[in-house]
Design a protein around this ligand. Structure first.
Ligand code: ASP
Length: 301
């Protein structure tokens, strides 16, 4: 077996992060667990799923339990997973499940489709044995109430009172490379608080919020409408055909910055090189490679 270096990188969303220590703790637990699996010889798919499930189950993050709510107080979640071989599974606007990323994986392995949305996604989840689960937390309800009072800077038509400069983050993502050189990327999000019900974000769309190819894997976070317009994950993936992950991310994000798009991305290239960057005030991220853990709280921008 080719025993090349394994690596995993995770993010906990781009935006303004107030609970930095909680984010860092949640990320380090997920990264350590994913890395432990990779070192034991587990496939990248297993490591990524495990890490994202841990982040979804942690109410600090905006994915799974603790997901942001729509303007009608509903938790509609998006998730996507992609392998370097181009296999993809996604769920869009799925409700009442604990781990959207696990349903996305079942879409990939058990259906002839790439993405299931809404009621159909929920029905499929039930048929796969995923139980009814309410991911709505009191904190997410309070956050929506605050937004109702102050407005969301991303959705001016929903609320004409602009001027909010703070956008909470918390979407999660992971990219890993295993010792056979297989690369998998996944993203899971509760979406942006205060959006219209039925709104589709980038997280469950291949090429937008998540992407993988033989050149590398990518997970994005930030303003979903703009990430969709830019097909940000695909852009970074294309760049990794000729550039290391860090250069690919930096170049794509400088383009995003020029367009004033608030976003962030993590990536791993085919050589196991790590890349990350963001145009937002903060991004929660961390990685482990060569047995060394690095967290965003270790060095401030
Ligand atoms: N990209 C997500 C969305 O627009 C939100 C986020 O990453 O914070 O749904």
């Amino acid at each position: 077996m080719d025993n090349r270096t394994v690596a995993i990188i995770c993010h906990g969303g781009a935006g303004t992060i107030t609970e930095k220590e909680d984010y860092a703790r949640g990320l380090s637990e997920a990264i350590e667990e994913g890395y432990r699996l990779l070192r034991q010889g587990a496939p990248a798919l297993e490591a990524v799923l495990r890490a994202v499930v841990m982040l979804e189950d942690n109410p600090v993050f905006n994915a799974g339990t603790g997901s942001s709510l729509t303007i009608d107080e509903v938790a509609e979640m998006d998730a996507g997973i992609m392998t370097q071989h181009g296999r993809f599974g996604g769920v869009i606007c799925i409700r009442n499940v604990k781990n959207p990323v696990l349903v996305a994986e079942k879409v990939m392995t058990e259906t002839d489709h790439l993405i299931l949305a809404g009621d159909g996604a929920i029905r499929f989840a039930r048929s796969m044995g995923f139980e009814d689960y309410n991911p709505v937390t009191e904190k997410a309800k309070r956050r929506l109430m605050e937004l109702r009072q102050n407005g969301s800077k991303f959705f001016p038509r929903l609320n004409q009172r602009l001027g909010i400069t703070e956008q909470k983050s918390g979407t999660v993502g992971a990219v890993a490379i295993d010792r056979n050189g297989n690369i998998v990327a996944a993203t899971s999000s509760g979406g942006i608080a205060g959006r219209m019900t039925g709104r589709v974000g980038d997280s469950g769309i291949p090429g937008a919020g998540v992407f993988a190819s033989p050149a590398g894997g990518v997970s994005c976070t930030g303003h979903g409408e703009e990430i969709l317009r830019m097909l940000l994950a695909r852009d970074i993936g294309e760049r990794m055909k000729t550039l290391p992950a860090q250069t690919a991310v930096t170049l794509a994000l400088s383009e995003a910055k020029r367009k004033k798009v608030l976003c962030g991305a993590i990536a791993i290239d085919a050589r196991g090189g790590i890349g990350y960057g963001y145009t937002s005030p903060d991004m929660a991220y961390g990685y482990k490679a060569a047995d060394r853990l690095f967290l965003f709280t270790d060095s401030r921008k």
